[in-house]
Design a protein around this ligand. Sequence first.
Ligand SMILES: Nc1ncnc2c1ncn2[C@@H]1O[C@H](COP(=O)(O)OP(=O)(O)O)[C@@H](O)[C@H]1O
Ligand SMILES: [Mg+2]
Length: 306
Amino acid sequence: MHSVVCVCIMTAIIARHGSVDEQGGNAGDIVSSTLSSRSVAPDGEPLLTVSGVSKHFGGVRAVEDISLEVRRGGLTSIIGPNGAGKTSLLNIISGFYQPDTGSIRFEGRDVTGTRPSGIAALGIARTFQNIALFSGMTVLDNIMLGRHVRMRAGILSSFVYWGLAQREEVAHRARVEELIEFLELEDLRKQPTSGLAYGLRKRVELGRALALEPKLLLLDEPMGGMNQEEKEDMARFILEVNRERGTTIILIEHDMAVVMDISERVAVLDHGRKIADGTPSEIQRHPEVIHAYLGNAAQREKEAAA
Ligand SMILES: Nc1ncnc2c1ncn2[C@@H]1O[C@H](COP(=O)(O)OP(=O)(O)O)[C@@H](O)[C@H]1O
Ligand SMILES: [Mg+2]
C-alpha cells in the first residue's frame, strides 16, 4: 500500500517537472531587475536563512558569526581567499558540521543540528571541493546514486512488492536519463567515471547532486582546476539549472569573471567573517573587498619572491 502511494508521488513529481522548466524559463534575467526578481518570490520569505553561525576548531575561527539570506530562485556566490571559511559554511548548511552558535532555517523551518541525510531529504544537495564519485562505477550508476533519498521502496517492501519496486526503479531511471541528456553525457553513460577527464567527472558530480531534485544546490568550487572550455561548459549548466529549472544555488567560486557574470548576489568571507554582501557591482566597488583581495595578492607576490 505504502509503495503504491509512493509510486504515485514519484509520477506526480516527474510529471510536474515539465511545468517547473517552463516557469523557470520565464523568470528572465534575475540580475538585471530587482523588481522582477521580487515577483518570482511569492511570499518574500527567504529559502535559506543563516543567523549568527560560528564554528571553531581549537583556536581556529573557521566561521565567525555569519548571517546570510538566500532568496528562492536566486544564485548567490560565496567568495573569499583560501581558508576564509567558505567550505566550512557549506558544511554547516549541509549538516556535515554542527555550528557552535547560531541557527539555520530552511523554508521557514529551523533545521539546525539536522544530520546530512536529513538535510538531503529536505531538498538540499551539494557537490564537494574534491570530487567524491565512486570511480569504479559508471556515469549512470553514480548519478542514480543521487536518487537514493527519493527511493521509497526499502529492502523489505522491495521483496513484498517486487513489481512496484521495479516500476519505481523505471521511473527513477527515466529521470536520470533525462539528466544525462541535459548534461550531454549520453555517450559516456556506461563508462566508469575513473577513466573520464577531470571536467567530465565534475559534471557527473553535478548530475548526482541534481538527481536529488534539490530546492537548494550547494556547489563548492565546481570549476576549480578546470581549463577555460570546461569552465564555460560548467558555467552554462549552472546557469541553466538556476534560470530554467528554477533551482536556488549557492556557489563557491574563485573565478571572479564567472562570479560577477552569473551571480545575483555575492557574499565575501575573510578570516571566517562575512565582510560584504551585495550585488556583483556593489561588491566590485566595496573597499574592504578590494583591500582583502589586493592584500592577499600582495602577500602571494611577496611569498613568490621569497
Ligand atoms: N574539520 C576541520 N578541522 C580543523 N580545522 C578545520 C576543519 N575544517 C576547516 N578547518 C579550518 O577552518 C578554516 C577555514 O577552512 P575552509 O572552510 O576550508 O576555508 P575555504 O573553503 O574558504 O578555503 C581553515 O583554517 C581550515 O584549516
Ligand atoms: Mg574550500
